[in-house]
Design a protein. Sequence first.
Length: 324
Amino acid sequence: MRAVLCKSFSPPETLVIEDVPSPVPGPGQVVISVKAASVNFPDTLIIQNKYQYKPPLPFSPGSECAGIVKAVGDGVTRFKPGDRVMAVTTYGSFAEEVVTDQSRVLSIPAGMDFPTAAAFTLTYGTSAHALVDRGELKGGEMLLVLGASGGVGLAAIEIGKALGATVIASASPGKHETVSASGADHVVDARRADIAAEVLRLTDGAGVDVVLESAGGATFAASLAAAKRVTGRVVVVGLAGGEAPITNWDLVYRHQVHVIGFNLGVLIAAAPQIFGAVMVELSALLAAGVVAPGRPTVYDLADGPKALAELESRSTVGKLALVP
């Protein structure tokens, strides 16, 4: 089978496309014939040894896919060959076939095509759990979404509006129209140095109830400053702009807010029953038409390095997918 391979920890342009042996399922595992693989920002980090998972070289990046079950290992009872599925894989999805544990596999909702399904689980699963379960966002509250033009950000706007929140979205100027069309009530320039001041102006000085923080870097301090004192919740789901420090002094004297970290991969591994419940809730929202995921921009599998480079440069809007 063909696969995008990372042979040394380096930028996307160094990735290669090669033939590799097809995977064989072990106990509890499922082999998926990949029809589409989602491209996510952590993929740009894992190939440069900047992520929490450090696969042995060489490996294929790609943490999310959709396709058809090719084979199952001993003990697999939920799936059979021929089933249409989507999966979170940590890495390995940028290939024609991938193997993963059955706990990471879900059936594709009726009527959803493979590229849309490939880009659904991480974005909507992350946004839904972050806002509903971790951030406890309620109708009438204010939500700030950082990195709002990405897949997770656009899904968060959609879910926030479905929950009855007023949404302030941060995005670069060229992406404001897309963010507004997704339902944001207010859009602020992600490049301005005083994001927190602008959010406080929009909230009459009170700050927002929940911040979905994926920007990291220098923007992390703005996220803390934009949250309501005492009751504000900052849910950290990413660090696209790099790491950012926070001290106990900050929490006691400067930013008296709730800071909550969340990673969907850790949730799947540590509490798969919660992950399953999140996806059941999302399936209900899909069936009711409350959320309507857009189809990602599609690239050929051979253009995987190009797709990752464009995502890393922040020149894309919404989700991207590779099709073998």
